[in-house]
Design a protein around this ligand. Structure first.
Ligand SMILES: CC(C)(COP(=O)(O)OP(=O)(O)OC[C@H]1O[C@@H](n2cnc3c(N)ncnc32)[C@H](O)[C@@H]1OP(=O)(O)O)[C@@H](O)C(=O)NCCC(=O)NCCS
Length: 164
């Protein structure tokens, strides 16, 4: 199976992916609202025979380390028929490569450590920052030496606060 990645602009495709994988539209709304607010850094869709998955990365502000360029990975979804074939990993890794190329230092994610640990995310690094989502599911990945020194309070894209 060939997976093609492209920057997503088609909202109907995005809504179809999220309703199939989460059974709700809140995550697709989140992406659209981040786009509305100018907070979306990267929006990648994976296409197999049909749209198969999507990932978004949005801006993160580090108040106590303003020179650290931060991003948040969320949401991520692969439609059920295409799960466990490496599409989620391809989306995450491709996004991380693009962020590295663009000089980003740090990425935060909220999710299963078993899944995100394979990309190098750790809860330990996330403990250096203060977020509304602190706890064992919050993980961080440094994309540069500067990213390892990230600390203090952060602000997520406004759209996260609009989620119930
Ligand atoms: C989580 C998700 C994005 C993974 O995408 P994927 O393309 O199926 O995953 P990959 O093929 O890259 O990786 C497969 C691995 O993911 C693991 N995995 C899949 N879903 C998982 C989940 N919800 N929690 C933990 N691990 C999960 C599989 O067990 C497998 O692990 P293994 O390699 O140790 O066997 C996808 O299953 C999905 O969209 N699930 C529903 C929505 C969701 O829960 N999103 C999570 C966002 S934080």
């Amino acid at each position: 199976m060939e997976v093609r990645l492209e920057e997503a602009a088609d909202w109907s495709i995005l809504y179809a992916i999220y309703s199939a994988s989460f059974g709700q539209l809140a995550e697709a709304d989140l992406v659209r609202n981040m786009h509305r607010d100018g907070d979306l850094i990267l929006s990648l869709t994976a296409h197999a025979d049909e749209p198969a998955g999507h990932v978004a990365y949005s801006r993160l502000i580090l108040h106590d380390a303003p020179s650290v360029k931060g991003a948040v990975l969320a949401p991520l979804a692969v439609v059920p028929a295409f799960q466990r074939q490496g599409i989620g990993a391809t989306l995450v890794r491709d996004g991380l490569m693009r962020l590295t190329d663009e000089g980003y230092d740090l990425v935060l994610v909220l999710g299963e450590p078993h899944y995100y640990g394979r990309f190098g995310f750790t809860p330990q690094l996330a403990e250096q920052v203060k977020t509304p989502y602190d706890g064992p599911y919050l993980q961080a990945l440094a994309l540069s030496a500067k990213g390892k020194d990230a600390h203090g309070s952060v602000t997520y894209a406004k759209a996260f606060a609009e989620l119930e």
